[in-house]
Design a protein around this ligand. Structure first.
Ligand SMILES: Cc1cc2nc3c(=O)[nH]c(=O)nc-3n(C[C@H](O)[C@H](O)[C@H](O)COP(=O)(O)OP(=O)(O)OC[C@H]3O[C@@H](n4cnc5c(N)ncnc54)[C@H](O)[C@@H]3O)c2cc1C
Length: 628
């Protein structure tokens, strides 16, 4: 069977991808090994589970939750939401289709998908131009190797098999793992009258749902470190020092860990109180099991009737994906980090592997549909030595290289075009939007103009944002803007040439993929250039600069003055960047260098260009810079 797009997996990521494709009119089918969609939630999630994040952070594209649902949506309501979602977007997965093997046929330039129909016990082959892998991070429950587990005389299971504590009343049960599932199952067992213990091997942050919600909201305006500090302080006030009960905290903060590894903090559902009263016991790792007796690393032993392993999952993608593996690492998780992790070579995509839960799924699905939408209209042929993908697009095309004004102009233009439903694409040579602000501005920077004069169309700053929005606040605003108006730039695309083809009456734009070095040619009716004034820092020709023995750099490479404390520094240029950097250096000097005055001084110079090089009198008067 030949298809345009095959999606493997009918969990939230598969449904969201299909919905986004359907909205663009791109034919697609979903293959699902189970007899229903959302099987993880229907069959492998315990009764008590609720979404751990507030509902506004768990929406799939284009469908909010009903307003009457609680902030933390219970399992059955989430399943109903997915039922409505599938019916609203006309999604009918093919059930009992277990994908056994997938490879890329280079001659046909198509994906071949071998499927076992578990109902009919037949094998089917699907051929597709595009393949979306949406089989999730939780395909298979993981039970670690524990010495003696094979001889354990009680029963053991993975958390994905646990429904509720009905069968464990009055029994001694050990839960292994103190992540979200472990803590919630331990509480559930206690609630049903089991004598419950929990193994807390790794350090975890335990926080309340409310703190997580507050943190997620604050992250839009404050840096991670500050939000982490608030969250840790709040949970210490809430729970006290839980390390004395055997649960250690990691050295990094909960939101930093979530952002860098995807691991969520453990949300308390009531277990902490029971741990504090001793009604749920905490033990370190299991050392060994003999019969019914389990011995822990601290030398203590206890008899158990059952063990529940809440020890996580693994993705099975590498078991059946023959080609396209380059997208994933040895754990079956994407090698590339967000936001580019979803795209591989030859039309393969992965949805729902961002480790950002349902929020990440929503972004993946929209990015994938937009990308397939563009490529689907194209054809591929060879021109002078290399494959060129030529897209005939009757659309506006927005070029951008992410500079201060360009950034706003570009994102805003795309948002305005989106509002008018005019198809458009944005090219960005960096791997993120707002790269000038994210990568090339100093820490101290704030918008120099009051916020009401710095708004992009149709979105004011939050009312509690300060008048002069700091760098992180502005970055958060841009991220929010891009997500709200579904502006999905094609990242890592550097525009090399653009010229007007008078015969065709169209613009021809040649773009280089900075990762694969593949060249792509786009043809568009309209072209918006929003590459900004600040594409490249300028350092003037200063006689003797090449032989300067100290360090020199452009303002765009400067983060803060900490490492220059006690040194003699010349800032060249006295407009906003120059003056602010000088002030930062001066502050660093006061803050960090009092004790270093007698140290050997090294010279550094910061040419800050297109500005006067010598208006330093005020700073010089304070003795903060050296007017060499
Ligand atoms: C208990 C629990 C609670 C959670 N709570 C939250 C939360 O509060 N917020 C949040 O954002 N995230 C939460 N998550 C994360 C969870 O990963 C997502 O909610 C979501 O279910 C992931 O969707 P998915 O479509 O990527 O994967 P899944 O839901 O796992 O769907 C993948 C589908 O692919 C199918 N499949 C796998 N292999 C094959 C194959 N070879 N052939 C055909 N079909 C195949 C599976 O049967 C499955 O239906 C939770 C996860 C668990 C386990």
């Amino acid at each position: 069977m030949e298809e345009v797009v095959v999606i493997i997996g009918a969990g939230p990521a598969g449904l969201a991808s299909s919905a986004c494709l359907n909205r663009l009119g791109i034919p697609n089918i979903i293959l699902e090994r189970e007899d229903c969609y959302a099987s993880l939630w229907r069959k492998k999630a315990y009764d008590r589970v609720k979404l751990h994040l507030a509902k506004q952070f768990c929406e799939l594209p284009y469908m909010p939750y009903p307003p009457n649902l609680p902030m933390f949506v219970p399992k059955n309501d989430f399943i109903s939401y997915l039922d409505n979602y599938a019916s609203h977007f006309g999604i009918n997965p093919r059930f009992h289709c277990s994908v056994e093997s997938v490879y890329y046929d280079k001659i046909a330039s198509k994906w071949c998908i071998l499927v076992k129909n578990t109902n009919l016990q037949t094998t089917e082959v699907y051929i597709a131009k595009f393949l979306v892998v949406a089989t999730g991070e939780n395909s298979e429950g993981l039970i670690p190797k524990v010495p003696g587990l094979d001889g354990f005389e009680g029963m053991f299971m993975h958390s994905s098999q646990y429904e509720n504590g009905k069968d464990f009343v009055g029994k001694n049960v050990l839960v292994v793992g103190c992540g979200n599932s472990g803590m919630e199952i331990a509480y559930d067992l206690f609630y049903w009258g089991a004598h419950t213990s929990i193994v807390a091997r790794s350090p975890v942050h335990v926080v309340s749902k409310e703190i997580v919600f507050l943190g997620m909201c604050l992250l839009k305006y404050l840096p991670y470190r500050l939000v982490d500090f608030i969250a840790i302080t709040a949970s210490k006030i809430n729970f006290g020092d839980i390390s004395k009960y055997g649960i250690q905290r990691p050295t990094e903060g909960p939101f930093y860990i979530k952002a860098t590894t995807g691991r969520s903090p453990t949300i308390d559902v009531g277990a902490v109180q029971k741990i504090k009263t001793g009604e749920i016991q905490v033990f370190p790792s299991i050392a060994c099991i003999k019969g019914n007796e389990i011995t822990f690393e601290n030398g203590k032993s206890k008899q158990y009737d059952a063990i529940i392993f809440a020890t996580g999952y693994r993705s099975t993608v590498l078991d059946w994906l023959k080609d396209g593996k380059e997208l994933f690492n040895g754990n079956g998780m994407p090698k590339l980090r967000f936001p580019n992790h979803w795209k591989g070579e030859n039309g393969i995509y992965c949805a729902g592997f961002s480790q950002k839960g349902l929020m990440g799924i929503s972004v993946d699905a929209q990015s994938i549909a937009a990308d397939i939408g563009l490529a689907w209209k194209g054809t591929t042929y060879d021109v002078i030595g290399g494959p060129y993908s030529v897209l005939q697009l009757n659309m506006a095309m927005v070029l951008k290289s992410c500079e201060e004004l360009a950034l706003q102009a570009c994102i805003a233009t795309s948002a305005c075009l989106n509002r008018l439903k005019i198809p458009n694409i944005v090219f960005e040579r960096e791997d993120c939007c707002g790269s000038l602000w994210k990568k090339r501005t100093y820490d101290r920077l704030k918008l120099h103009i009051p916020k009401q004069y710095c708004e992009l169309p149709y979105m004011p700053y939050p009312s509690n944002a300060p008048t002069f929005v700091p760098r992180n606040g502005f970055i958060a605003y841009l991220d929010e803007y891009v997500s709200h108006f579904v502006v999905i730039p094609r990242y890592n695309r550097s525009v090399e040439h653009a010229f007007y083809d008078a015969d065709a009456g169209k613009w021809r734009i040649e773009v280089k993929n900075v990762f694969s070095h593949a060249r792509e040619v786009y043809v568009a009716q309209f072209l918006v250039v929003a590459t900004g004034e600040n594409a490249e820092g300028v350092i003037p020709d200063v006689p003797g600069l090449a032989g300067f023995a100290g360090e020199y750099m452009h303002a765009s490479q400067f983060s803060n003055g900490r490492k220059y404390s006690g040194k003699d520094v010349l800032a060249v240029g006295s407009w906003n960047s120059g003056m602010e950097i000088s002030y930062d250096l001066c502050q660093s000097r006061y803050m960090w260098s009092q004790r270093k005055c007698s140290e050997k001084k090294e010279k550094a110079v910061f040419p800050i260009l297109s500005q006067s090089a010598v208006a330093f009198s005020a700073l010089r008067a304070h003795g903060c810079i050296n007017s060499a």
